[in-house]
Design a protein around this ligand. Structure first.
Ligand SMILES: Nc1[nH]c(=O)nc2c1ncn2[C@H]1C[C@H](O)[C@@H](COP(=O)(O)OP(=O)(O)OP(=O)(O)O)O1
Length: 171
């Protein structure tokens, strides 16, 4: 079975204590009750960029434009005990958007300081890749979950081809 194509967008803004990121409490589907990134599945025939603009609008009522998306990299979530949950995720950052975050049927959105992410309420793997993306690292993460579909068996980062260590770009 091949991994489902999904996409996530981390909206960023300046807050009183520094940069903030928009996450959301998931109300339906895989990971219900966890704080997750905004996003979802790429529909058949849809581009990843169209999918993320649609998902951000559906889940938060915020409008984003394709030209304001910053490609950050990709994450594979692999669930050996439940391969139907395997996902290939394209991750974007975005600092330009319109509207205020509003609760939807799928997500209750909330802004968090980038340096105080709510890891105890997130997927256990998020600490492996999310702070890295938010602080300018790029590339691909391959995350494999244990048979409990919760804890992390392994997490491997592959930097973009041609990357110089410590040289952050594209953020
Ligand atoms: N291990 C993991 N770590 C993580 O941080 N997010 C994960 C994850 N496994 C899945 N996700 C996220 C990525 C993706 O946005 C979402 C997919 O969940 P679902 O299959 O329930 O679909 P959704 O209902 O979110 O999507 P749509 O129906 O397309 O809106 O879960």
């Amino acid at each position: 079975m091949s991994a489902a194509d999904v996409t996530l967008c981390f909206l960023l803004r300046d807050g009183p204590a520094g940069e903030e990121v928009l996450l959301g409490l998931k109300k339906t589907g895989i990971g219900t009750g966890k704080v997750v990134g905004i996003g979802g599945h790429v529909e058949p025939g849809e581009s990843v960029v169209a999918a993320i603009c649609r998902e951000v609008a559906e889940e938060t009522c915020i409008t984003i434009e394709p030209m304001d998306l910053v490609p950050a990299g990709t994450v594979e979530f692999l669930f050996p005990a439940k391969p139907s949950w395997d996902m290939f995720t394209t991750v974007f950052l975005c600092r330009v958007f319109a509207g205020e975050a509003q609760e939807s049927e799928e997500i209750s959105p909330q802004w968090y300081p980038v340096h105080e992410l709510p890891h105890e309420h997130m997927w256990a793997d998020a600490i492996h890749w999310l702070p890295a993306f938010l602080t300018g690292e790029r590339g691909h993460w391959r995350v494999e979950l244990n048979d409990d579909n919760e804890t992390v068996a392994s997490s491997v980062h592959t930097p973009p081809r041609g990357a110089v260590p410590g040289d952050h770009f594209g953020s």
